[in-house]
Design a protein around this ligand. Structure first.
Ligand SMILES: *Cc1c(COP(=O)(O)O)cnc(C)c1O
Length: 385
């Protein structure tokens, strides 16, 4: 038997390696022609919505919140069933996080809970396309209607997915992506921000590049000299280098293939596990064409911990996605309480992600299925005894 099967991993080909090596031999290592080209390629997946590449998915969120004008005292509505960065990157700008529960079924932000959480201080409502299944954006749009809040999609899981036939990246005012190795495509570390409003996109671009203004018609002191550039609003260095943008462009050529292979693996899991007692399988809304990033099952009867341990012992790298964000001590220390988002918290207590990635072979997937059914059987024998 080989080593531990991971729950997710990159798929890198010789073409990807050649694309990176080409850039290393050229004149540009960081901001050069590959950045613009990668952003243009990404925009073919967002339905033409403008994109700026950044250094990772957490930076994408920080940039998006900054572009939305989030600052001290503003509120940002976030579902707890996500990676902590969806919330912590807004805290970094001084925002107060208001957690709103998720829907049973998709475990994406519940539009009714979001509407109830919106106040006059809400700057952004952030949905998360959990596991690659898009949130219900038309309903979420109604939740922010009548307020000044922008809608953000944390699409770290869902690039390539569609909602009512419309592509992820075009569904919210701001969309953020991550290209971490386990995600649907990778640049090692990387991310991107898409924005419907070109002015918001420009603010995002500037924040990513230390806030630097170079456009002559916008300079406060345009006649200072040819070298001159100005900072009007503070930013950070969140640029994605040319080397990694070349990898991203090469990976994007296979995003359709990646999505199809992930969907085929999901269909195989669905079929193989349909009649297995003690678990619930992920479901899909009729209006969604998910770009499955995770295969999140629910282990019933309080057996998640036991099944996790058995799977790990069997060499299957299952994962739990995610600890409810408000349970992190940093949030608990701010006064956030367990029990405030019961749907997300109950889901967490059962959740287990099975391995899912394009290079997972049918044979290895069968190993996962066998290990899971064996782990579940152990318990049922004990119950029967
Ligand atoms: C991975 C992820 C992020 C953060 O992306 P990084 O590239 O790891 O910084 C943010 N939100 C969600 C939902 C994620 O899965």
């Amino acid at each position: 038997m080989t080593g531990m099967l991971p729950y997710g991993r990159q798929s890198v080909t010789e073409d990807d390696i050649a694309a990176v090596a080409d850039v290393l031999r050229g004149d540009w290592l960081t901001t050069g022609p590959q950045v613009d080209a990668f952003e243009a390629d990404l925009a073919t997946w967002t339905g033409g919505v403008g994109v700026t590449a950044v250094s990772n998915g957490t930076a994408a969120l920080h940039v998006a919140y900054a572009a939305a004008g989030v600052g001290p005292g503003d509120e940002v509505v976030v579902p707890p069933m996500t990676f902590v960065a969806t919330a912590s990157s807004a805290v970094a700008l001084g925002a107060k996080i208001v957690f709103a529960d998720v829907e049973d079924e998709t475990f994406c932000l519940d539009p009714a809970a979001a509407a109830a959480a919106v106040t006059s201080r809400t700057k952004v409502v952030s949905a998360v396309d959990y596991a690659g299944h898009p949130a219900d954006y038309d309903a979420l749009r109604k939740s922010v209607e009548g307020s000044d809040a922008l809608l953000l999609a944390d699409a770290a899981h869902s690039i390539g997915g569609t909602y009512h036939g419309r592509p992820v990246g075009s569904l919210a005012d701001l969309t953020t992506f991550s290209f971490f190795p386990t995600k649907n495509l990778t640049t090692a570390e990387g991310g991107a921000v898409a924005a419907l409003d070109p002015r918001v996109l420009e603010r995002a671009r500037r924040f990513r590049s230390v806030g630097m203004v170079r456009e002559r018609d916008e300079l406060r002191h345009p006649d200072e000299g040819g070298w001159h550039q100005e900072v009007h609003e503070f930013g950070l260095n969140y640029r994605l280098p040319d080397v990694l943008c070349a990898l991203g462009r090469s990976q994007l050529r296979r995003l359709g293939e990646f999505k199809a292979r992930r969907a085929a693996l999901v269909a195989r899991y669905d079929e193989a596990l349909a009649d297995v007692d003690g678990v619930l399988l992920p479901t899909r809304k009729s209006w969604a064409d998910p770009a499955w990033h995770l295969y999140p099952i629910r282990v019933l009867d309080g057996r998640r911990r036991e099944v996790y341990d058995r799977m790990r012992a069997a060499g299957i790298g299952v994962q739990v996605n995610y600890i409810p964000v408000h349970w992190h001590p940093a949030f608990a220390d701010l006064g956030y309480r367990r029990g405030s988002c019961p749907v997300a918290e109950s889901f967490y207590s059962q959740q287990l992600s099975l391995p899912l990635y394009p290079d997972l072979s049918d044979t290895d997937q069968d190993r996962v299925i066998d290990a899971l059914t064996a782990a579940l059987r152990v318990g049922s024998v004990r119950t029967a005894a």
